[in-house]
Design a protein around this ligand. Structure first.
Ligand code: NAD
Length: 317
């Protein structure tokens, strides 16, 4: 297949691109190398991809019409570009979220309407649920985000639905639940925990440590994305790792696999939900997918990557 991966230099986009190339596909990656975090990390993510004969990396912004033009020949578009992070989406910075999450998605979909695209896979988020009333949460649950980030992800998901229904674009939206593994973004909790272990930095625990997350290994997320690309199903499905644990439990596992953390306890942060938990029956039925990586194994894999990065390179944020 001729695949386009938006956000190819990011955490999930670069991991997916590697896998597509390993499977023999041609990949065009597009990334604006935004300053959401250190560009050096994004360059590191694509370092082992750029020399591959089937890979092309385009430096471009999806809100710029000339960048999206090259999508027209794609068989499948994997739309992973976006402005991530819940906690920094308040205030003036929402403009960036609106542009990179909502406008960018609308531009893409508009260019693809009427094209011969076989599938558009959108990276949605568990944050669309807000404080879910029921755990594990099914896709039909009320979507009422409590962060501007969640609002922007839900808006883009709804755009995907509108373009699927009215413009005939075959779309699958996948709601990822806290993704972790090698190349994880430096603002995310596990990455910061490993900075604490390997560099002695303070890891601030937000809240009392009883909040829970359904952590999902990036390799399992990539499998779900590939399943969505090939199964011919339109809709919205949860992609959760089946590892719903509290922050306290995670801290203990990180200490076991990597070493002692330097902790400080702080307040909760606006926009951070208390709990997440994915009901993945729909993903099982519609995509034939289920997660395979338990938290302990996934964290050991991530620790090996983090140790190399954090012990050998200057500080990245
Ligand atoms: P990331 O920040 O590492 O990757 C996103 C990439 O998109 C970055 O390299 C950035 O430069 C690029 N980008 C942003 N705006 C762009 C634009 N306008 N044009 C071109 N490129 C642009 O983030 P990630 O953690 O890999 O997340 C990938 C996607 O998955 C995002 O859409 C995010 O909202 C979604 N998601 C991630 C998680 C998670 O736990 N990581 C959970 C739920 C949803």
């Amino acid at each position: 297949m001729i695949a386009v991966v938006t956000g190819a230099a990011g955490f999930i986009g670069s991991t997916l691109s590697r896998r597509l190339l390993d499977d023999g596909h041609k990949v065009t990656g597009i990334d604006a190398l935004t300053k959401a975090y250190d560009i050096e990390l994004k360059i590191r993510n694509v370092d082992n991809l750029v020399d591959h004969r089937n890979f092309q990396l385009v430096y471009g912004d999806l809100t710029d019409p000339s960048s999206v033009d090259l999508l027209r020949n794609a068989d499948v578009v994997f739309h992973l570009a976006g402005q991530a992070s819940v906690t920094s989406s308040w205030g003036r910075s929402f403009e960036t979220y609106a542009r990179n999450n909502i406008m960018a998605t609308q531009r893409l979909l508009d260019v693809l309407a009427g094209s011969a695209i076989k599938r558009f896979v959108y990276a949605s988020s568990s944050s669309v649920y807000g404080e879910a009333m029921v755990m594990p949460t099914v896709e039909t649950a009320l979507t009422r985000p409590i962060s501007p980030y969640g609002v922007s992800k839900l808006a883009a998901e709804n755009l995907c639905h509108a373009y699927q229904r009215e413009q005939g674009i075959p779309v699958t939206s996948l709601r990822f639940f806290t993704v972790y593994g090698p190349a994880q973004r430096p603002d995310m909790a596990f990455h910061r925990m490993f900075r604490s272990v390997y560099r002695g930095e303070v890891f601030e625990v937000r809240g009392d440590g009883t909040a829970t997350r359904d952590f999902t290994f990036v390799g399992d997320v990539v499998e779900a994305i590939l399943a969505a690309a090939s199964c011919g199903w339109n809709g919205v499905a949860n992609v959760g790792g089946g590892n719903r644990v509290s922050l306290r439990e995670v801290l203990a596992i990180v200490e076991e696999v990597a070493g002692p953390l330097n902790l400080r306890w702080g307040p909760t942060v606006a926009g951070d939900v208390r709990d997440t938990g994915a009901d993945i029956d729909l993903a099982r039925d519609a995509l034939g997918w289920e997660p395979r990586t338990d938290l302990y194994t996934g964290l050991r894999t991530m620790a090996a990557w983090a140790e190399e990065l954090l012990r050998t390179e200057p500080s990245h944020r």
